[in-house]
Design a protein. Structure first.
Length: 141
């Protein structure tokens, strides 16, 4: 399993407006994308894990709190695995790469926040590599 990493983007502005970009993101592995917009800032979307698939996350607007755990046992993971907590903001213009083997839980910090997600397998593969646990399953001790 790989480690979490960021791919930094940027912005170009002139009198016509602006362009946000992440030119160093190699999209050759990407098979699909989707956009997450939580109903409110209280909802926690997670825990969802993928043993094979990897994901890349880019905040289009607003900000998100993301919790991540590296799964130790796919049938019965330890509830006390260390949780890494990150805040992702649209203003940071960076992509979070989450390799296979991690669980994620997301909460929007601002109303109408949107999160763009890239995946390296088609949606037909999802049922074969989809592990979920309750939002309160993993607890930092």
């Amino acid at each position: 399993m790989g480690e979490l990493s960021f791919i930094q983007g940027g912005i170009a502005k002139d009198e016509r407006g602006q362009i946000r970009f992440v030119n160093d993101f190699d999209m050759s592995l990407v098979k699909r994308f989707y956009i997450i917009k939580n109903a409110d800032t209280e909802l926690i979307r997670g825990w969802r894990s993928h043993r094979i698939e990897q994901r890349w996350f880019y905040v289009l607007s607003g900000s998100f709190n993301v919790d991540l755990v590296k799964i130790d046992d796919w049938e019965n993971p330890s509830a006390s695995l260390p949780i890494e907590n990150l805040e992702l903001n649209a203003a940071d213009m960076k992509i979070l790469h989450v390799p296979a083997g991690y669980g994620t839980a997301f909460r929007a910090l601002d109303a109408d926040s949107e999160l763009l997600v890239y995946a390296d397998y088609p949606v037909s593969h999802s049922p074969l590599d989809n592990y979920t646990w309750a939002a309160d399953y993993f607890i930092n001790t």
